[in-house]
Design a protein around this ligand. Structure first.
Ligand SMILES: Cc1ncc(COP(=O)(O)O)c(C=O)c1O
Length: 464
């Protein structure tokens, strides 16, 4: 019997894609981390008039790889420290491929039972691993930005409801909801405030590591009796510092506020017996946002929104329409994120957790923190450089006494290509910021990184 031509085309094109993917994965740890070409360079290869006629799918993939490969950043390299970005575990990557092949729209449970069930198991495992209230609502969002937004919307509505207002019906009559945050609040929480209508957060101050000023929070709460959402932070993007949750959650709850925790990468400290002290008191909050595409090393896009009161989450984010299949009394995945249609992005989370187990996740988190500590130790031994933050988790901010030289060091490193780290400004200083988020950042990667930084420092005239 002749083979179905469509099936044959899938086979051929996926084999080609597999070959290219494997070639990339084979070289990603050793190739220069930076891309060879910038956006304009790739555009020069790719830009053309919209073709009138198409070409075969194998040719499409070959053309795509040929044109874009020189513009790929080795974000999966163990020496990539930009943003807060991890690699991808093999099981998670393979599951992600299956998610695309299966092409299940995992918005509602009923039509996609397999992926909905896998996500439900992943959600339950996450709550256990992160020691958050069992039975909380869990939504798989695109990233921590949309997870923060989901939680802030749930909090906004809940504090209005607590004062007798229906957030939908009384939208004009309802009082303004106050939005308070520490002085080092992450930009994604600020964006969440903007989109949710909470507005810009009133910042209540922070200490030198970025931890919220609890007395400042107390004073701000006492200054006005209003429905209030407070955003706390597990893992400052520069220092890795964690807010004092035991104190801050208590103060906020005494005032009747909703407490949200942005733990894009820091929430994962709770999965490590050694590091979970950093998160003491965190589970008393009302909502939490994190990323699996950061610390857990699953492919993008995968954030997680968690709300203690699932009903509050679905009341704010739930969608209803006659054509949408729904089972009374059970919420659907689309009731917990700001999307109706979406890929089954919780499936790679299940795969990563299944391949690692509880112990494997703890080892992963400890390994990232150990690598950050080792980096900081190596950097401190280089003449003319200092580590500005207390390295409590996975972030290291490096500086020299001369801001210009520090900026030059960051640029030198990114061009040289052994490592890639972001330049930033922190505590009034120019810094090179290392975020350890890749499972492969081992002792050898740390040694090569420290060596590159030493060579870079000498090249730009730091020390000596
Ligand atoms: C503390 C914190 N919150 C939120 C975010 C936003 O996460 P995402 O880029 O996944 O939306 C980040 C990203 O680095 C972060 O570090």
């Amino acid at each position: 019997m002749d083979e179905d031509p469509t099936a044959n085309e899938y086979r051929q094109v996926l084999e080609v894609a597999h070959r290219h993917a494997q070639a990339w994965l084979d070289e990603v740890a050793e190739r220069p981390v930076r891309p060879e070409l910038d956006v304009d360079g790739v555009l020069a290869r790719l830009r053309r008039d919209l073709p009138e006629d198409g070409i075969g799918s194998v040719e499409v993939v070959e053309e795509l790889v040929e044109a874009s490969a020189p513009g790929l950043m080795a974000m999966g390299s163990p020496r990539f420290y930009g943003f807060v970005i991890g690699g991808a575990y093999p099981a998670a990557l393979a599951a992600d491929w299956l998610v695309s092949a299966w092409d299940q729209n995992t918005g509602s449970r009923q039509p996609t039972p397999a992926t909905a069930a896998v996500e439900e198991v992943a959600a339950a495992w996450l709550l256990e691993l992160l020691d958050l209230p069992r039975g909380s609502g869990v939504g798989f969002a695109t990233g921590a930005t949309s997870a923060n937004l989901s939680c802030l919307v749930a909090g906004r509505d809940a504090v209005l409801r607590a004062r007798g207002f229906d957030p939908v019906v009384d939208v004009r009559r309802a009082p303004r909801v106050r939005f308070l945050a520490g002085g080092a609040v992450h930009t994604s929480v600020v964006l969440g405030g903007r989109i949710s209508g909470l507005g810009a957060p009133e910042t209540v101050g922070a200490d030198e590591q970025g931890r919220i000023d609890v007395e400042g929070l107390r004073r701000a709460l006492a200054a006005e009796d209003a429905p209030t959402v407070v955003a706390l932070q597990a893992g400052d993007v520069h220092s890795g510092a964690f807010d004092d949750f035991e104190a801050a959650v208590g103060v906020a709850h005494e005032a009747g506020a909703w407490v949200h925790v942005d733990g894009a990468f820091g929430l994962w400290a709770a999965a490590s017996p050694r590091l979970r002290g950093l998160t003491a008191g965190m589970s008393d909050a009302d909502s939490w946002a994190t990323d699996a595409h950061k610390t857990l090393n699953v492919p993008y896009d995968c954030g997680v929104a968690i709300v203690r009161d699932e009903a509050a989450m679905t009341a704010s984010l739930g969608a209803h329409a006659a054509y949408l299949p729904a089972v009374a009394s059970v919420s659907d995945p689309y009731d917990r994120v700001p999307e109706l249609s979406r890929r089954a992005r919780g499936v790679p989370v299940w795969a990563a957790l299944r391949s690692l187990g509880r112990r494997g996740v703890a080892d992963l988190v400890d390994g990232l923190a150990d690598a950050a500590t080792a980096l900081a130790g190596g950097f401190r031994a280089i003449d003319g450089l200092e580590v500005l933050n207390d390295v409590v988790f996975t972030q290291v901010c490096l500086a020299s006494s001369d801001d210009g030289a520090t900026a030059a060091l960051g640029e030198w490193l990114r061009v040289e290509g052994t490592v890639w780290a972001s330049s930033s400004h922190w505590q009034g200083r120019t810094v090179v910021r290392f975020a350890v988020s890749n499972r492969g950042t081992d002792a050898a990667a740390v040694r090569r990184t420290v060596d590159a930084v030493a060579r870079g420092a000498a090249a730009v005239g730091i020390g000596g």
